[in-house]
Design a protein around this ligand. Structure first.
Ligand code: PGA
Length: 311
């Protein structure tokens, strides 16, 4: 007998809501991500549960526990929505490059230069939309594993996945201190001396933190972490406020005026890498995505290198 389930499920929007609640593990967070009220979310999920005549989840304390039916629904919702995206891509290709969406997920530190990469591309293709997601390295790896976006930008590529990549600009990490710090006047600082002062670190999952830990471990040293802070901007302000010294990508301090910060000449501090655009070889790319990869490889890369030639 042919299934009529599709006729009972209300709308694709309900599936999108279900996925958001499942992924955020919270109705509140899903409501913020989708710009819907919490009662709307609960109502839509109730309707969805009624359409299959089974509960999708149970609320245990503050936690949502998805039922077996809920999990199965999530899997199917993912497939249906991915098929819609696929259809959207094909339709965009049929329309030429006049419309469509380019989805990029970039690590936090990349947000400083990505707009300069996207600007000229958007000028060239004014009809396209960009969906830019920013997260720390661990969060972007998860998106890559789920195949959520067209491209991902990392400076430390995940080692467990096979990827296609385009390297487009270098990333240099620099040590910073506030004006007036005992290290700020020095003309040369050893790594050992650097490790004696309070250090402000990025959170677990950050690529910056990953690179710093790997580097210092290779020297059998470790910075004296005083605070863990989930944002480059907050680290910059905490450094200026005298809470400690830090190491960040040079991109975070490249523009934006004088910060009352000093770059420290730490001998042998060499944590250099390159920013790469990455994607899974098996992912099916839209025409816009293919065009973007070509653009990054040529004009995009050249434009950024020119802009950051002073670094
Ligand atoms: P982060 O990543 O913003 O997560 O620290 C930066 C990087 O990968 O270099």
């Amino acid at each position: 007998m042919k299934s009529r389930l599709h006729a009972h499920i209300g709308t694709f929007r309900q599936l999108e809501i279900l996925l958001a609640v499942y992924e955020h593990k919270s109705i509140k967070e899903a409501s913020e991500a989708l710009y819907l009220s919490q009662p709307t979310i609960s109502m839509q999920l109730k309707k969805l549960a009624e359409s299959i005549n089974l509960p999708l989840y149970h609320q245990i304390g503050r936690k949502l526990q998805f039922t077996e039916a809920g999990q199965a629904m999530v899997e199917t919702a993912r497939e249906i929505l991915q098929s819609c995206e696929q259809l959207d891509m094909e339709l965009s290709s049929l329309r030429g490059l006049k419309s469509g969406t380019l989805k990029l997920a970039v690590v936090t530190t990349a947000k400083y230069f990505i707009p300069y990469l996207l600007g000229p591309f958007c000028e060239k293709f004014p009809g396209i939309d960009i969906k830019l997601t920013v997260g720390n390295r661990q969060q972007i790896i998860e998106r890559l594993e789920n195949g959520d976006d067209d491209f991902y930008v990392f400076s430390h590529l995940p080692t467990t996945l096979t990827l296609e990549t385009i390297e487009f600009i270098s990333n240099q990490l620099v040590a910073i201190a506030p004006l007036g710090h005992p290290l700020a006047e020095k003309s040369s600082i050893s790594l050992q001396e650097f490790c004696q002062y309070d250090f402000l670190a990025r959170e677990q999952g950050s690529g910056t933190r990953y690179a710093i830990e790997k580097f210092f471990a290779s020297k059998e040293l470790s910075p004296k972490t005083k605070m863990t802070i989930e944002s480059n901007e907050a680290i910059i302000h905490s450094t200026i406020a005298g809470l400690g010294i830090s190491i960040l990508s040079a991109h975070t301090i490249a523009f934006g005026g004088k910060y009352d910060l000093v770059k420290l000449p730490v001998q042998d501090l060499k944590i250099d890498s390159s920013w790469s655009l990455a994607w899974r070889p098996e992912s099916k790319q839209s025409m816009i995505a293919r065009e973007f990869a070509q653009y990054v490889q040529s004009e995009g890369k050249a434009g950024l290198s020119k802009k950051y030639s002073f670094m």
